[in-house]
Design a protein around this ligand. Structure first.
Ligand SMILES: [Zn+2]
Length: 303
């Protein structure tokens, strides 16, 4: 398995020569100006042992940060409210540091060197559906990209941040599973289902959710007798299957699926009754051309 380090700030000289894959070019030194790179290397030269420095940082008192935040001038209610939100975040962070990070220091130090997640997860940006909360992914276990309505655009649509993340996860991290997770009451899918074909709009949301148009058409054909909310629910699941098929439009994904190195899964989290439905794409039964049809297997309901 190729070693891949997502955070380039941790790369050492040896990492630069070791990581020669395409993605390390993207995330590593190639995008930086020579000056930036020199500065980075000089900084790294001055750091004799990375782990010692990190350990020192870990043990440092948060006193300085505390002082700066507490001396912040408070102008109006919004600033106070924001300060309170951040006070809460600080409390949570320090709790994480004490209860998780410092309690599992060896694990977190390994993670600071490299990551080997088994999962790539594509989930909605909705604040209620964080995959780490719902599925319990721990740091290092899942490479996650979140977008409006958890859509995977087809290869021919060109670059987006979603397929950039996919490329890195599949080609460099060599994840074994891609999981597309949809959810109940998805605002992005509702926006897709509400689109009027004839309306011209400069909305970014509209421009993005049209990726799911084939799922909308299929929903309209199969569920026109249902009310709008039920149609949206149908489309929430239909669009997941469309995304699973769109994943196969990337040659480097299909090639790994054919070789049995990568599995593609769908998931649906219903936060009204807290159930999770999971299924796996059946590559052999799926047709990509003409009347494209997604075949699935290993369907499970977690209730
Ligand atoms: Zn959503």
């Amino acid at each position: 398995m190729a070693q891949a380090v997502f955070q380039s700030s941790y790369l050492s000289r040896s990492d630069f020569s070791k990581n020669s894959s395409k993605s390390s070019i993207i995330f590593g030194s190639q995008l930086r100006s020579p000056t930036m790179e020199k500065t980075q290397l000089r900084t790294l030269d001055s750091v004799k042992t990375k782990s010692t420095v990190r350990l020192k940082a870990v043990m440092e008192s948060p006193g300085l940060t505390q002082e700066v935040v507490e001396n912040e001038p408070k102008v109006g209610g919004v600033t106070n409210e924001a300060a309170n939100h951040f006070k809460e975040l600080k409390h949570r962070f320090l709790g994480f540091k004490k209860d998780k990070y410092l309690s599992n220091l060896e694990r977190y130090q390994q993670l600071s060197e490299a990551q080997y997640p088994k999962f790539m997860v594509i989930a909605c940006a909705d604040s209620r559906v964080c995959p780490s909360s719902v599925l319990g992914f721990q740091p290092g276990e899942a490479f996650v990209v979140r977008n409006v309505a958890n859509l995977v655009p087809p290869h021919e649509n060109g670059p987006t941040e979603t397929n950039a993340a996919l490329e890195f996860a599949v080609n460099s991290l060599e994840v074994e599973n891609i999981l597309v997770v949809g959810h109940s009451c998805c605002g992005g899918i509702k926006a897709l289902m509400s689109l009027q074909d004839e309306v011209i709009s400069s909305s970014f949301i509209r421009s993005w959710v049209v990726v799911g148009s084939p799922a909308k058409s299929k929903t309209k054909a199969a569920a026109s007798n249902l009310n709008f909310d039920q149609q949206c629910k149908h489309c929430e699941k239909e669009s997941i299957n469309r995304s699973l098929m769109n994943l196969l439009s990337y040659p480097w994904i299909e090639e790994r699926v054919v070789r049995g190195k990568l599995s593609i899964h769908g998931g649906y989290y219903d936060f009204i009754d807290c159930t999770f439905e999971k299924w796996t794409l059946d590559y052999k039964g799926t047709t990509m051309h003409g009347d494209s049809e997604c075949s699935i297997k290993n369907r499970e309901f977690w209730t």
